[in-house]
Design a protein around this ligand. Structure first.
Ligand SMILES: [Zn+2]
Length: 249
């Protein structure tokens, strides 16, 4: 529902009308509401500089569901619109066209993944980030599975990079077979992948036999596998460099 909310700038004597599409659902209880407007205020460098990137209005609302009655805040960015009014259209009139800015309330966190792993295996990085987010959000019934999926993307991704002609063969194989068959020459990576896969596979089973210590161990194994693969990729770069710059050639 479009509503006019008046706000006052510190450098302008008149209140300015903001055209705001009111939120229709309370973010706390999920009830359909026409919220109560408690307070509206601009925060910008001033009314006459409202074109700056920081031109914002903030409105405090209250839920009207009497079992909730909680407050919430929405920040809007606005465009100042000037139009002519009156019979002869002599008077100009400003209003603010407001568009809400979405808040997610998620605290950003650092995901430690070596740069070459992130660049070469972006899909792994996405899934691994989501697994970490799920763990942070205490989604303890699913984050084990998410780590398992991340592991699969890392191991298969690396196997495919080493044997690009075997894409469909590697993709069709169960993860355990890829670990056993495609990493025979890299026993340390193989051991890390195998151990994390054993634990992670348990996490996806109906009857979970998997506790906190296992999760911590699995995460540590995945992290170490990532570090080994990253180092292996860097060593490949070094070999390529030597080959290209060898003065004896
Ligand atoms: Zn509510």
């Amino acid at each position: 529902m479009l509503k006019i909310v008046k706000v006052k700038f510190s450098d302008y004597y008149e209140s300015v009308k903001c055209y705001i599409d009111l939120p229709g659902v309370c973010p706390h209880c999920g009830t359909l509401i026409s919220p109560q407007i408690m307070f509206g205020s601009p925060f910008s460098t001033g009314y006459f500089k409202t074109d700056s990137a920081n031109s914002r209005v903030v409105i405090i609302y209250r839920c009207t569901n009497d079992k909730c009655l909680k407050f919430f805040v929405i920040e809007y960015k606005f465009r100042k619109i000037t139009h002519l009014e009156g019979y002869n259209q002599v008077r100009t009139f400003d209003y603010l066209d407001c568009e809400p800015i979405k808040y997610s309330y998620k605290i950003p966190f650092q995901i430690d993944v070596p740069k070459n792993i992130k660049d070469i295996f972006p899909e792994f990085f996405n899934i691994y980030s989501q697994a970490q987010q799920a763990e942070k959000d205490n989604l303890d019934k699913i984050y084990g599975m998410a780590y398992r999926k991340a592991l699969e993307f890392l191991v298969k991704g690396y196997a495919i990079r080493r044997n690009p002609n075997d894409v469909s063969k590697i993709n069709a194989k169960p993860l355990g077979n890829v670990i056993a068959q495609d990493f025979g020459d890299l026993p340390r990576i193989q051991a890390l992948a195998k151990a994390s896969n054993w634990i992670a596979t348990d996490a996806t089973h109906y009857e979970q036999r998997f506790d906190n210590a296992d999760t911590e161990a699995m995460k540590m194994f995945i992290e170490s596998a990532m570090t080994f693969i990253s180092a292996d990729l860097t060593a490949d770069e070094a070999s390529k460099f030597i080959e290209e710059n060898d003065p004896k050639k």
